[in-house]
Design a binder for this molecule. Structure first.
Ligand SMILES: [Zn+2]
Ligand SMILES: [Zn+2]
Length: 376
């Protein structure tokens, strides 16, 4: 059995806010593997194993814990700590209609705004494997790509560990941070995480980088400064010849031209009565990635308002319809997942793929960094 654990003498756990996209008003907890102890408001209760289901609901600003409809108690904060070598539990979220999910390590629950705040406190390596599976488990089975994704997800997690400090956890389980649906089950994913254990991407000063990624860059990545107003030497625009034939390389949207023009004016105060400006909007071309659309509208705003897959698109008009033809999917900054998969399929190693998409960087273990940014 493969068991993922953090490097070094001390385990590095991350607190992940789970079910963040839902209002959770009931959860059922069941042990799948190992032995769990319930600790609530400083009191330690009996250990639980496989046969017991804990029903957990909010009651005013407290957490009500029941077993077989009998009250265990009403608490401010509830924690379920795994006490075995391997600890896995299952959560059932019936009222929100979410399929059963299994998680590893510990669970902490309290009530905020009459809803359950659910935190999975988990070893970083097990979390990374879960993220790699949720983010890209279905897209390939190439182990080199899973290694690429393990290193980038680990680096991203450590660099962004304060993103939810005000919420009382480190990272959420939505794409806002990194998509995470619980325990990794794919052996290729678990092996890839294990084989890169502790590795992070660092710049020339040995500082961990903001290892952002996206689905498909459309053939040219984007300079971070154009989207986020912060420049990074490793997040620069560069051509990518590896993602051209991938599934998300091209897309097309057709809109009624009157609707398109009306929206341009409504969203961006676009000068639609100026014939030159209107013409540049209806016949917009990007031989290489540009920053502005037509009469100086930032492309990132056009993407947002029209709900487009990327900013790398062109327009033309025919029979009263505007055709928007685009390349790529996502913000286009940093690592292009479909390009990285193609590189892996052509035999590039995960280290060379990471160097390609994050130029000027190299790998190091977070445990040997001079200035690691590690959570408490
Ligand atoms: Zn988040
Ligand atoms: Zn690409």
């Amino acid at each position: 059995m493969l068991v993922l654990t953090s490097l070094g003498s001390k385990a590095l756990n991350l607190d992940i806010g789970i079910y963040q996209g839902f209002d959770v008003i009931e959860i059922n907890f069941k042990v799948l593997q190992g032995r769990y102890v319930l600790e609530a408001d400083g009191r330690i209760f009996n250990a639980f194993n496989k046969d017991i289901v804990l029903n957990i609901t909010p009651l005013r600003d407290s957490v009500l814990v029941q077993i077989n409809h009998r009250n265990v108690g009403l608490f401010k904060e509830v924690a379920l700590y795994g006490r075995s070598f391997v600890n896995v539990f299952e959560l059932e979220n019936k009222k929100a209609g979410i399929p059963l999910r299994s998680y590893e390590d510990d669970l902490k629950i309290r009530v905020t705004k009459s809803k359950l705040l659910i935190i999975n406190s988990i070893d970083i390596e097990r979390y990374v494997a879960g993220v790699v599976q949720a983010e890209s488990g279905g897209s390939t089975s190439n182990p080199q790509f899973f290694q690429v994704q393990s290193v980038s997800c680990r680096t991203y997690a450590l660099v962004n560990v304060q993103k939810h400090a005000v919420d009382g956890f480190h990272l959420c389980d939505e794409v806002h941070c990194q998509y995470y649906l619980g325990k990794a089950t794919l052996e290729n994913v678990i092996k890839a995480t294990l084989s890169t254990s502790g590795e992070v991407v660092v710049d020339t000063n040995d500082q961990m980088i903001n290892a952002v990624f996206h689905s498909n860059c459309g053939g040219q990545t984007v300079n971070a400064q154009e989207v986020w107003s912060t420049s990074k030497s490793y997040l620069i625009s560069q051509p990518d010849s590896f993602c051209h034939n991938a599934s998300k390389a091209r897309w097309e949207v057709t809109l009624d031209s009157a609707v398109f023009v009306e929206k341009l004016e409504q969203y961006f105060h676009y000068p639609i009565h100026d014939s030159l400006s209107l013409d540049s909007a209806l016949h917009f071309h990007q031989p290489y990635r540009l920053q502005y659309f037509g009469a100086k509208v930032p492309l990132k705003l056009v993407r947002k308002e029209f709900g487009l897959k990327s900013t790398y698109f062109e327009t033309d008009i025919k029979n009263g319809k505007v055709r928007i033809s685009g390349k790529g999917f996502g913000h286009g900054i940093g690592l292009c997942q479909q390009g990285a998969i193609e590189m892996a399929n052509r035999g590039y190693t995960y280290k060379s793929i990471l160097r390609y998409y994050y130029p000027g960087t190299h790998l190091n273990l977070y445990t040997s960094l001079k200035y690691p940014f590690i959570p408490n």
